[in-house]
Design a protein around this ligand. Structure first.
Ligand SMILES: [Zn+2]
Length: 572
């Protein structure tokens, strides 16, 4: 997936700016805290963030200063005595908030992938303030009057297609943010946006807390079944980390829960960890999310009504390729029947296998993965762990790089001297066939308690090219793969290897961007288009020609045997 900060995406799109480190106005430094590395010019290789200088407590004051600066820039636009033009209004707006964008992009990337108490506290404080900040701009009548003036006279200026697109998007975002609402409704909308920002943060914090709070500690080796050594070692290391002298600890992070559900013959324990996962935020404790969901649903409905829509889905989809809920349901209904039939067939097959094990009880969701694995082994002689030695994480990464080289002529050079936000992070410079710098990609592969679940991509700096000043992109890829243990490298399952190519596809979408305006660059596209480049790239992962080039056994260098691929395809 591609990470969107849903609460702010519209306003970020609206206010998105040029990331131009050298063009900061001279008075920037006078009004900022001299010691805050987030507010200084970054005289680093390729303008990458100086992570070794930045600490978690720097973000909150940086946000405050950056918002103040942004307000001044907006003031300069609205107070401009000249008649509004595309350049002095739309482009000026696009360029404004450069510092805030830099701080926000970095903060939300780090807060998702390597959070701590300070970052969580900062997020809690700043999200409602940011919502209010952007509302103040997008409901600014004086500013909108200028935008509207440019919009009405768009045929009188010679605008190219990208200029026109920026103008359309800017105008539309003001309307969708409620600029034309009467004052009382604007006031309520601002309250709603602030509350939604706070609630979404609370929801995420609760989810992470519940994920980290759960532990399944076992001491009976039989409960591990035929679990691969990599997962057993990781569980033993986790037990030590959690203060046990012996035994194995399993958590709700995917590299831990999946092997347990796949391999443990202990049905009751499988149910325990499965329910632990499914009920995160549903334990009637201080991290319960039920009321938060209820409040969010109500507030979103109210927001949609205020903005003249029947429901929130209609409001969101209006700005996407799907256009309306009817189109979404038409697609889903076509899939629903055959998908349900297939799921029922699978469930019955798996339930039969359980019966054959002598268990005459209703088949449960927590039995699913265990019997999928068993049937694959029995019927198709395929064990998914058999492919893992061929997908060592760095080999898969190099496969993705090789693909980008073959398709787009890109080259990737490690930058070991550049620090990331975590010691496990890898940094690469991307260049084209002529050796010209294209951008930088940060890759963060392993699961840890400070990282939220799933896999995603961020843009720390968007590509832009205003007035001939080309700003190159900086992107990140984030995963939750098993970290190497003392005895084993990080070996990926087939679908995890696919995820590398998928997220890398989002990364390329950002890296290969070549437009003028940052708010239209890279992955700043409709939500229901953004998964297209990633899914195209994902399909290359299992291409037989590609597999030959990168899927090699981590010990012997042997290429993934075609017979194993064939077995796997049959088993799937
Ligand atoms: Zn994706």
């Amino acid at each position: 997936m591609k990470l969107y900060l849903t609460t702010f995406i519209l306003i970020f799109t609206l206010i998105s700016c040029q990331n131009n480190e050298n063009k900061s106005k001279k008075n920037d430094t006078a009004m900022t805290d001299q010691n805050n590395p987030l507010l200084k010019d970054w005289n680093t290789p390729f303008g990458t963030p100086p992570f070794e200088e930045i600490s978690s407590k720097d973000y909150l004051p940086a946000f405050k200063t950056a918002m103040k600066q942004h307000n001044q820039e907006i003031g300069n636009i609205t107070n401009n005595p000249e008649a509004p033009t595309f350049k002095n209004t739309i482009v000026a707006l696009e360029k404004s908030g450069h510092l805030l964008k830099r701080v926000s992009n970095l903060f939300f990337a780090v807060e998702s992938a390597n959070t701590d108490k300070t970052l969580q506290e900062t997020s809690k404080k700043i999200k409602p303030e940011l919502a209010a900040h952007y509302d103040q701009i997008s409901m600014n009548k004086k500013l909108f009057d200028r935008v509207n003036e440019v919009y009405k006279n768009k045929d009188k200026e010679s605008l190219d297609s990208e200029d026109q697109r920026l103008l359309e998007e800017t105008y539309k975002n003001f309307i969708r943010s409620g600029v034309n609402l009467p004052a009382d409704k604007q006031k309520r909308l601002k309250e709603i946006n602030k509350k939604l920002a706070a609630l979404s943060q609370q929801f995420n914090d609760n989810l992470l807390a519940e994920t980290n709070d759960f532990e399944l500690y076992i001491t009976n080796k039989a409960d591990l079944g035929e679990m691969p050594q990599q997962a057993v070692d990781a569980a033993a290391e986790e037990a030590v980390k959690r203060g046990h002298k012996t035994g194995w600890s399993f958590t709700l992070q995917r590299p831990s829960i999946y092997p347990f559900l796949d391999y443990s013959p202990n049905r009751a324990l499988r149910e325990k960890i499965f329910q632990g996962y499914a009920n995160r935020g549903n334990n009637n404790n201080e991290h319960d999310n039920k009321q938060i969901i209820e409040q969010m649903v109500q507030l979103r409905a109210e927001k949609a009504h205020l903005l003249g829509h029947d429901n929130f889905a209609e409001y969101v989809l209006e700005d996407n390729m799907a256009e309306n809920p009817e189109n979404v349901y038409n697609l889903l209904n076509q899939i629903w029947k055959p998908a349900l039939e297939t799921a029922k067939y699978d469930r019955n097959t798996l339930a039969e296998a359980m019966k054959a094990d002598g268990i005459n009880e209703p088949f449960r969701a927590s039995d699913w993965r265990y019997y999928v694995r068993k049937i694959r082994a029995q019927k198709y002689d395929f064990d998914q762990s058999a492919t893992k030695p061929y997908f060592e994480v760095n080999a898969v990464r190099d496969g993705a790089f090789l693909l980008a080289h073959k398709l787009f002529g890109l080259n990737f050079k490690p930058l070991p001297e550049l620090k990331g936000w975590h010691k496990d992070q890898q940094v690469f410079e991307v260049t084209d066939t002529t050796g010209k710098h294209v951008g930088v990609i940060y890759m963060d592969f392993f699961a840890r308690p400070s990282k939220r679940g799933g896999a995603w991509m961020n843009e720390i700096r968007e590509q832009s090219n205003i007035d001939g000043h080309f700003v190159t992109p900086i992107v990140t890829n984030n995963f939750n793969f098993p970290a190497p243990t003392k005895s084993m490298p990080s070996l990926l399952s087939f679908s995890q290897a696919q995820t590398v190519f998928h997220e890398f596809g989002h990364g390329l979408h950002g890296l290969l961007s070549n437009v003028k305006y940052g708010s239209l660059s890279g992955t700043n596209v409709p939500r229901d288009f953004v998964e297209f480049p990633s899914q195209v790239m994902e399909n290359w992962m299992s291409d037989p020609e590609m597999l030959k080039l990168y899927a090699k056994h981590y010990k012997t260098g042997e290429v993934l045997p075609a017979s194993l691929v064939e077995k796997m395809n049959k088993a799937n």
